[in-house]
Write a protein that binds this ligand. Structure first.
Ligand code: ZN
Length: 250
């Protein structure tokens, strides 16, 4: 049994609630599919929690942007990237500063465990490609081509919309799945675990998954949204929109 989290986006209040829930279930092994930083107000604290809890992590496009350079970002996301980089750079404790940068620089682009793969975005372009639910109608060849890279299960984040893609192609939202997906050995599936710190499926609760041999459980958790929103509003380098969106889940 293990848990997979993703897209924390410097939302400490959300990450704390999720890690506490995982602990309360007695789960020891946690994976993170990236975007630990970006958009939100607490990049240092979120990185520290991931490091302290030994969470095996993958590089997301926002982690990449803070470490290297933002590419194809909208202005709000770009501003947040540069501010996050400065916040990490301004850390007076050299040991902490170096530990966080080293962690970001070491992030892998994909993790493979037997016939299960984990990436931030898609198995075809692991850091950047979005797999949208609408693609099953508008771009089914894209889904077919992406599935060629999947042996059995592939876990992704990136769109912040949790659910399961099947080869048909088809997409099932967590509502349609009743928050549970039963794993069948013959099937290939791409599972989006949703976002801890910036859900975009009109449900404001944090999202993550618990994986056992038989099934994938989608967990949603309330967290003190207003705490994070007020920190965003108080930070002149972050657009207020990055707070407003948390209140509506988009
Ligand atoms: Zn993200």
């Amino acid at each position: 049994m293990f848990a997979i989290i993703s897209d924390i986006h410097s939302n400490l209040a959300a990450l704390q609630v999720v890690l506490e829930d995982i602990r309360s279930r007695g789960i020891k092994e946690i994976f993170c599919l990236g975007d630990i930083v970006g958009y939100g107000p607490d990049p240092k604290e979120c990185l520290d929690l991931i490091i302290e809890n030994n969470i095996a992590s993958i590089m997301g496009n926002h982690d990449h942007a803070v470490f290297y350079e933002p590419t194809n970002f909208n202005s709000g996301a770009e501003k947040a990237s540069y501010w996050s980089r400065q916040a990490l750079e301004d850390e007076p404790d050299a040991e902490k500063r170096n530990q966080r940068w080293a962690f970001l620089g070491r992030l892998s682009v994909r993790l493979q465990m037997g016939n299960i793969i984990m990436v931030h975005a898609s198995p075809r372009r692991p850091v950047t490609e979005y797999i949208f639910p609408d693609d099953i109608y508008t771009n089914s060849t894209k889904i077919t081509s992406i599935f060629e890279r999947v042996d059995h299960l592939c876990f992704v984040g990136h769109t912040h919309v949790p659910g399961v893609f099947l080869e048909d192609p088809d997409f099932y939202s967590v509502d349609e799945l009743d928050y549970e997906y039963t794993i069948s050995d013959q099937e290939r599936a791409i599972i989006n675990v949703g976002s801890v710190g910036q859900p975009r499926d009109q449900d404001t609760r944090s999202s993550y998954v618990v994986v056992t041999e038989e099934k994938i459980q989608f967990v949603r958790l309330e967290y003190p949204i207003e705490e994070t929103v007020q920190k965003v509003y108080a930070n002149p380098y972050l657009d207020n929109f990055e707070g407003d969106r948390l209140k509506v889940g988009r």
